[in-house]
Design a protein around this ligand. Sequence first.
Ligand SMILES: NC(=O)C1=CN([C@@H]2O[C@H](COP(=O)(O)OP(=O)(O)OC[C@H]3O[C@@H](n4cnc5c(N)ncnc54)[C@H](O)[C@@H]3O)[C@@H](O)[C@H]2O)C=CC1
Ligand SMILES: O=C(O)CCC(=O)C(=O)O
Length: 545
Amino acid sequence: MNYKVLVTDQVSDSGLKQLYDHPGFIVDKQTGLEPHELKKVIKDYDALIVRSQTNVTEEILEAAERLRIVARAGVGVDNINVDAATKKGIIVINAPGANTIAATEHTLAMMLSLARQIPLAHQSTSGGKWERKAFKGVELYQKTLGIIGMGRIGTEVAKRAKGFQMSILGFDPYLTEDRAKKLGITKASLDDIAQNSDFITVHTPLTHNTKALVNKEYLQKVKEGVRIINCARGGIIDEAALIEAIKEGRVAGAALDVYEQEPPANPDLLESSKVIVTPHLGASTQEAQEKVAQEVSAEIIEIFEKQSVHHAVNLPQVSGHAQQRMKPYLQVGEQMAQLLIQLFKQAPERIEIEYCGDLLEEDTGLLTRTLIKGILSYHLSDSVNIINVLHLLKDQGLVYNVQKNAKRKGFSNYMELTLINGGESVNIGATVLNGYGPRIVTINGYRVDLKPEADLLYIKHHDLPGVIGQVGSILGNYHINIGTMQVGRTSIGGEAIMLLTLDKKANDEVIDTLLLLSGLQEAQMLNLESQYAMSDEVGQVNIYQ
Ligand SMILES: NC(=O)C1=CN([C@@H]2O[C@H](COP(=O)(O)OP(=O)(O)OC[C@H]3O[C@@H](n4cnc5c(N)ncnc54)[C@H](O)[C@@H]3O)[C@@H](O)[C@H]2O)C=CC1
Ligand SMILES: O=C(O)CCC(=O)C(=O)O
């Protein structure tokens, strides 16, 4: 089977080489497509690679019939409707880090250009003038730089600005005092940055929180003569408010690589001698473009061939090692969920999940999705995968709750799943035993020790002498061999359950015969198919199954 990959923006061909050369992949490059053209062709493709030019809208995703991956050869995914992709079970990946240095260096180039008016000076000199007085600049030395967004690029900008002996104020919701100290910068508030900075640069993604983060109100608080740089995303700085602040003289100048609308059309911005503009060039270096293309190519191959994902925007991140460690939990998690939904004779309204003991130290995001997928896929089958599972859950009107509990409940690790509807509930608990693998250890309060297998016969009965023997005889009469048998009871002579692994499935006739036995209340074949085959291969997340 060939995977078809469509590339719709200017992505480096040398960076895409491994995808072009890889057997089983067909790559088509069609740049400059209009939205209606993309909508028409997208149905034939398994993966789409874009930069920032292509808008991957809900409409385009709707028209995609076999699309499984949207890859952003870069960082920002604001041109991709991630929500719509997630609902459709399409994974969105990017290449974080691959263009960090390029965007960092562009930011510094913009800052120096602003400080020394290099573009205007160049224009004047190359036009035959010699205006030495007109272009007196300012130094970076001993000035204060405010950095909003101390992620990969913000951090690299800070390191380099320190080389110019600038004082640096950093604001980021995740910046700790400790990290700021290690970087030799000062952790600051947005207001501190406004009041004290000679230069301000923004390095956040564009989100509903960062949209117009630097707005009219903020620009009224800035130190007079500040210079502002945006090499992150248009819209983080309100362009109209910026132009006004420049006209009023509060802001001495701005250097912009990105715009509210691209390409920008606002003459106030484009014609101002105090504004330096570049056409979204932050990531446009040969090195960065090769790296982003190489990274997304490698990941597309890995996802299709090994179901391994490293840089998903719409999935919890789990490292290869963590995947390997989590594999037995993922397997038993999927099977316990399937077992429970088959036992619950009604639609669940609420799902409760509890993780105990060693599981507290793991990232359980993927495990939670796997449990919920096990529940939903019983009724929704193939349409559920770990990408869209939480969306589908919401669509079904179900709620879920995850609790983490330090108590070990008798096992070094333990997880429990409960399905609830009104006053009715069922629950199941499982553990992974060191050296023995996954075990289901409780079902509705009955203690069992069950190694999950694909086909299980579940029986609920009264704990009376002879019932177990009669079940064995009936199965024997039908030539069904019992592999293992587990019996759990709450009290002697009370209610009990039996779980039998069989070499052959018991059909309806066998089940009806069993149900004729006195003392036997329920008999049901349960199908527990795990996508997480317990081979020794490196653990992989089965994304689409
Ligand atoms: N001009 C260009 O060509 C390029 C632009 N970019 C843009 O730069 C942005 C940053 O890239 P990276 O540093 O790689 O991303 P990153 O994810 O490493 O860093 C973003 C940082 O912003 C912080 N942040 C989020 N909301 C915030 C808020 N309200 N206030 C302050 N900080 C906030 C986050 O905590 C995070 O630390 C990207 O999202 C992308 O939009 C990235 C590469 C090239
Ligand atoms: O692809 C590009 O050139 C833009 C890079 C960018 O904006 C990003 O990676 O977020």
